[in-house]
Design a protein around this ligand. Sequence first.
Ligand code: ADP
Ligand code: MG
Length: 388
Amino acid sequence: MKIHEYQAKELLAAYGIAVPDGKVARTADEAFEIASAMCPCVIKAQVHSGGRGKAGGVKLANSPEEARDIAQKMLGMTLVTKQTGAEGRPVRSVLVAAAVEVDKEYYLSITTDSQRAGLVIVASAAGGTEIEETAAKNPEAIVQIPISVTEGFKTYEGIRAAQVLGLDDLLQKQLVFMLGAMTRLYLEKDCSLIEINPLVKTRDNRLLCLDAKINFDDNALFRHPDVLDLRDFSQEDAKEYKASCSDLNYVSLEGDIGCLVNGAGLAMATMDIIKNFGGSPANFLDVGGSATTERVKAAFEILLSDKNVRAIFVNIFGGIMKCDIIAEGLVQATREMGVSIPIVVRLEGTNVDAGRKIINDSGLSIISASDMADGARKAIEAAKGGRA
Ligand code: ADP
Ligand code: MG
C-alpha cells in the first residue's frame, strides 16, 4: 500500500526525523491560508507517484496569492508523470511546504533485501533525479549497506552511509540518528520501502527530507489499522480496488487479452505464453484455490470493465478445485453477465471430462482449448476479432 508524501512526512516527523514545515490543503483557499504563514513556499501535488517535479506537480510560490493560483490549477487536474502511465493520477490535495534553500541533494532509502533476508540502506550522492536513471547511467554512484533485522541498525552502518554522501561530522550525526529512526519506523509499521529523494543539505547546514515515499507490506496491514486509515482509494486503479474487495490477486496491464487463472504461478505462465505467441495480456489475475461462482463472476466483471479487453482466456488447472465446479461457475457467470466477447477456456486436472461436458452442453459459444499453447493461440486469434 502506498501513501501520500504529506502522510509519509507526518510519520517521519513522529519518529523525530527533520522535514520542512508544511500542511496539506484540499482547496485553493486553504492553500492561501497556509501560505500566509509560510512564504516563499512550494505547492506540491499529492499523488501516489514520483516524478511530479518534471511533470509540473511541484511549483514555487512567492506570495499567498500565487500559492492560491497554483493550488487552484493543480487541484482537480490529472497529473501524468513518468511513473503513472498515460491515465495519470487525480490531484485531490496539495502539500504547501516551506521553500528550503538547498545546498545539495542526496538519495536515501531503506528497503527489504530478500536475497540477504534483511534490510538494506540505499544511498547515493546523486540525489534529486530518479534513482532508476542513476542506476542506468551511473550505477557505481549507488551504494547498498545491509542491515540485519535481528541485530538492528548499527551506528557504523550510518557512518558508512554518511561517507557515501560525503557528509561532515555534524551531518553524519544527524544521518546516523535519521537512519536509526527510519529503521525503527520500517520495522514497527511493516514497511516495504522508505525513500527520501531528495534528502538535502540546507544552506545553513542541516539535513532535511524534502520528499518522502513510504510503501507498506500489504500482508501485514491487518495489524496496522492506523496505516490502513491513510489509504486513498482515488489513487488506486479502480479495477485493482474492486479485485482487492473480492480477494482476487489482480494487476492491471496494457494488453487486450483478459486472463482468468487459478494460482499465481500458472497466472504468470499464462502471461508468458500469450507474449510468446505474439499477444499481449490485459492483466495478471489469480482467482485463487477456491474459485467459487461468486469469485469467477467478480473476476469476469473486472475483466469486462476493462475497455481494452477483446477476448478472455480462462486457464484453469483443477487440483484442489475440481474442473466441473469451475466449469459450472464459468457457465453461470457467462450466462448471467451476458458476456459478448470471445472466451477461450483451457481446463485440465481433476474431473476435467465432466468440466468440458458442462461447457460443451451449455450452448454458449465458449471456445475450448486442448492445452495452454492452443489456448493462447486461440485467444490471440479471437482478440483480433473481438470488441473494438
Ligand atoms: P518528485 O520526486 O515527485 O519530483 P520532489 O518532492 O522530489 O517531487 O520535488 C522535486 C524537486 O523539487 C526536488 O528535487 C527539489 O529540488 C524541489 N523541492 C521539493 N520540495 C521543496 C522544498 N520544500 N523547497 C525547495 N525545493 C523543493
Ligand atoms: Mg522526489
